[in-house]
Ligand binder design. Structure first.
Ligand code: BGC
Length: 461
């Protein structure tokens, strides 16, 4: 299998999950609460902030031609209205290092974490937030826009809605359990404690138990009892605000850097209706995808992020099938989901598609290799049918901080010993690189004939 010249093959990370020391962010503050929902704090993460050149070199050496990473708003604007030039310079270096290695940088402006001050001002349920996001976007684009070809405004813009749905489902299960204990019969999902349907590391049981005490502590830390972080359960109004933030950022990018191709990314499940579940499946897909279509009009691409399938019957989302192979995240190993989702999305979204995330958390790298091979053969089938898929970013470049689940999940193409921060590429890194035909678009931005070994010499010197 070979992708066309210019097809982007790469890996993705998010600043907070890999950089380390993101002290001005809302997540950092929550990780350090006494009543935290996190199993451990992010700490130094995998020190990508200091080791990005080594990580980019490893990608280039394996043959990858794209790197999707995020810029950390809390570093750029640690206090409201105070922008930090040194941090912009840092990200400029990251971008230029990518280019020197022949790697196309794909930048995400918001990947879940926000500055702590934003949460004190009402966070992602406040009408002021789209304006703050647009101002931050303007600053970044004025300084870095000329260096970039691809920008994702917001990562998984639908995550808050998914978290709200799963929290509701979890409450229902808890109620059913309580009723069962009182002799009223159990709910059908009772024995299924791992809910593999939300696409990030959440620790729901711990979350619920901690709620009350945490409220008090939040008041002390953020000045609000209810913190509205990006991944908090979203109200419909908050969902609108996220789209407003996207539209505002799009307008800024069009004005400041009109050459940039932009889009947002969505977490999309391969929702499969079982007999009787057709209506539920349709409703879930509308919530996850179709109701966003008007807000996406005017975007250049959509970032598709998929990890597995879900099955839906008349009662809603079903547990994973009996005997199914599960990943570390507790959801089903099902690489075919990506092809299904791309085909479904392409029925309604007519712009380009970039797979901005797809991956598996497993200790067994041979399963990762199979996952990548199967997922990419699905992508190829879509392209052969004329669907404009322009790239594939595996999640993730390195084993990293999986949010509330801490460092327990290993999604990476590269293992990291956090005691020494030593990197060890896994065979899957090279397998992924093998799918790449070319270095990125020949657009004059890259130095022709500049190979990673040249860059290594430059670093070593
Ligand atoms: C997120 C990542 C996360 C990954 C694996 C996606 O939902 O964008 O931040 O680590 O899934 O759970």
């Amino acid at each position: 299998m070979a992708f066309e010249k210019g097809f982007l093959i790469g890996a993705a990370t998010a600043a907070h999950q890999v950089e380390g020391g993101n002290i001005h962010s809302d997540y950092w503050a929550q990780e350090h609460m006494n009543h935290t929902d996190f199993s451990e704090p992010s700490g130094d993460a995998v020190d990508h902030y200091n080791r990005y050149a080594e990580d980019i070199r490893l990608m280039a050496d394996a043959g990858l031609n794209a790197y999707r990473f995020s810029i950390e708003w809390a570093r750029i604007e640690p206090q409201e209205g105070c922008f930090d030039e040194a941090q912009i310079a840092h990200y400029r270096d990251v971008i230029r290092t990518c280019k020197a290695y022949g790697i196309e940088p794909i930048v995400t402006l918001l990947h879940f974490t926000s500055p702590r001050w934003l949460i004190s001002r009402g966070g992602w349920e406040s009408d002021e937030t789209p304006g703050y996001f647009a101002r931050y976007t303007r600053y970044v684009m004025e300084h870095l826009g000329s260096e970039l070809h691809y920008v994702c405004t917001i990562n998984e813009a639908n995550m808050g809605i998914q978290v709200a749905a799963i929290a509701k489902r979890y409450m229902r299960q808890m109620m059913a359990k309580m009723q069962a204990a009182g002799g009223n019969g159990a709910g059908k999902n009772d024995d299924h404690s791992g809910d593999g349907t939300v696409q990030m590391g959440l620790n729901l049981e711990k979350m619920m138990a901690n709620q009350k005490a945490a409220e008090k502590e939040r008041m002390e830390i953020f000045g609000v009892a209810k913190t509205e972080c990006f991944t908090s359960p979203r109200t419909p109004h908050g969902d609108e605000l996220v789209m407003e933030a996207h539209r505002a950022a799009r307008a800024v990018i069009r004005e400041v850097a009109p050459h940039v191709r932009l889009g947002l990314t969505l977490s999309l499940h391969d929702i499969q209706a079982q007999p009787g579940g057709e209506e539920n499946a349709k409703r879930e897909w509308a919530e996850e995808f179709t109701h966003y279509l008007p807000a996406l009009e005017g975007d250049d691409f959509l970032g598709v992020q998929n990890y597995t399938r879900t099955r839906t019957d008349a009662d809603g989302t079903m547990p994973t099938p009996e005997g199914a192979e599960l990943t570390q995240m507790d959801y089903e190993y099902y690489p075919q989901a990506l092809e299904h989702v791309i085909r479904r999305v392409a029925q309604d979204f007519k712009g380009d598609l970039i797979v901005t995330e797809n991956g598996i958390a497993t200790a067994d790298d041979t399963r990762r290799v199979s996952f990548i091979q199967e997922a990419l053969s699905g992508v190829e089938a879509c392209i052969l049918d004329g669907i404009p898929v322009k790239g594939y970013m595996y999640w993730s470049l390195m084993d990293n901080f999986e949010w509330q689940k801490g460092y327990s999940m290993t999604f990476g193409l590269i293992a990291v010993d956090r005691a020494t921060q030593q990197r060890s590429p896994k065979p899957s890194l090279h397998v992924l690189g093998g799918f790449c035909n070319t270095s990125p678009r020949e657009n004059g931005q890259h130095t022709p004939g500049y190979h990673s070994s040249d860059m290594q010499a430059h670093i070593d010197a």
